[in-house]
Design a protein around this ligand. Structure first.
Ligand SMILES: Cc1cc2nc3c(=O)[nH]c(=O)nc-3n(C[C@H](O)[C@H](O)[C@H](O)COP(=O)(O)O)c2cc1C
Length: 337
């Protein structure tokens, strides 16, 4: 087995079997109002809960509700089944999905099959994925080809300095990456967006990204899965102890990105229920993304369990919107206190 396939399996194994959540820092969406962002509550919403309409559009594609499953995997045999299970559930619910980094299939084309989901999910928004440190090493034409192979609608470029600093592989050269993203946007015909992997994007980074021509930012903020924790289990555990909680809380990251960036925003990193999601949308995000809980649901009961979990989130979001008196995602904007 190749090094990358092995790393993928280690990531799955560690995230499923160790505690890899932030320990002290939270998303800012916690339940107690004075500790975080609270959703407006309207005792008289002047509407029927049945009037809530969750439909939205993200990067030109229709969503039945403002949700996507974040990039998780691809590139190992087990990953193929995980992707198909998740994709089936997303298709049934009319929501989006991100594939894991496609570096493995670019380096080893025989692994491409583990990313293919269009047979079970022909209509959903599907995002391909590549790490920013691959830009310059992998030509844009090869990235475009990898997107075509899986039928992706867009490309997510992940930025992961905190994660990389923990990794034994030491792929830590992040210089000149803003210029490389800008160049890639011109070379790839599909919409490109940038995502963190769980440590958030601050105002300064969002300002720099706003000038690259990307169409969206996925904040992947602090408070959910900690990638410094995951990768420190593969290398230096002491580093993980020190840096587990590094980053910008998801709620804060949405506010900072909204300030600097006019494109669409995905709120992710520790979104764990429909109320978190409603708060993120009220703060200015366009859709929400979830990763680790979806993977855990898939492991516990395949596609059906993923669908059930995401249906719960959707129903909670519907209730939250009803209680805030918002019939549409548009009406939810600004309903925080
Ligand atoms: C097992 C696993 C693998 C992941 N692999 C990728 C990846 O290849 N590319 C990427 O951009 N993000 C990757 N992520 C990060 C997620 O897309 C997401 O941004 C992050 O986990 C925060 O969301 P959460 O708190 O809901 O888990 C991965 C997450 C998990 C749990």
């Amino acid at each position: 087995m190749g090094k990358i396939e092995n790393r993928k399996l280690e990531h799955l194994d560690i995230s499923l079997n160790k505690n890899v959540q932030f320990r002290e820092k939270t998303t800012g969406f916690e339940k107690i109002a004075f500790k975080g962002i609270d959703l407006e509550y309207k005792a008289l919403p002047e509407m029927d809960k049945g009037e809530v309409n969750l439909e939205t559009e993200f990067l030109g594609k229709k969503f039945k509700s403002p949700l996507m499953v974040e990039a998780i995997t691809g590139g190992a045999k087990e990953a193929g089944k995980i992707n198909k299970d998740i994709a089936k559930a997303c298709e049934a619910l009319g929501i989006g999905m991100g594939l894991g980094s496609q570096r493995a299939m670019i380096e080893k084309p025989e692994l491409s099959e583990t990313y293919v989901v269009r047979d079970v999910a022909p209509t959903i928004f599907l995002a391909g994925n590549i790490g920013v440190t691959e830009l310059g090493k992998i030509p844009a034409s090869q990235i475009a080809e990898a997107l075509e192979k899986v039928g992706a609608d867009a490309l997510a470029v992940h930025i992961n300095a905190a994660q990389a600093a923990m990794q034994p592989e030491k792929e830590t050269d992040f210089s000149g990456r803003v210029a490389e993203i800008k160049k890639l946007v011109k070379e790839i015909k599909k919409p490109v967006y940038v995502k963190e992997v769980g440590h958030g994007i601050n105002l300064e980074t969002a300002k720099a990204l706003a000038k690259t021509g990307i169409k969206a930012i996925d904040v992947a903020g602090a408070g959910g899965t900690s990638w410094t924790a995951i990768d420190s289990f593969r290398g230096n555990k002491n580093l993980g102890e020190t840096f587990r909680d590094i980053g910008i809380p998801t709620s804060q990251s949405i506010v900072e990105c909204r300030k600097a960036f006019n494109g669409q925003i995905i709120a992710s990193g520790g979104i764990r229920n429909g109320l978190d999601c409603a708060k993120a949308l009220a703060l200015g995000a366009d859709i929400c993304g979830i990763a680790l809980p979806v993977l855990k649901a898939q492991q516990s009961g395949g596609s059906k369990a993923v669908q059930k979990y995401l249906e719960r989130i959707t129903e909670e979001l519907r209730i939250a919107m009803f209680l805030a008196g918002a019939k549409t995602i548009g009406q939810l904007k600004g309903k925080v206190r």
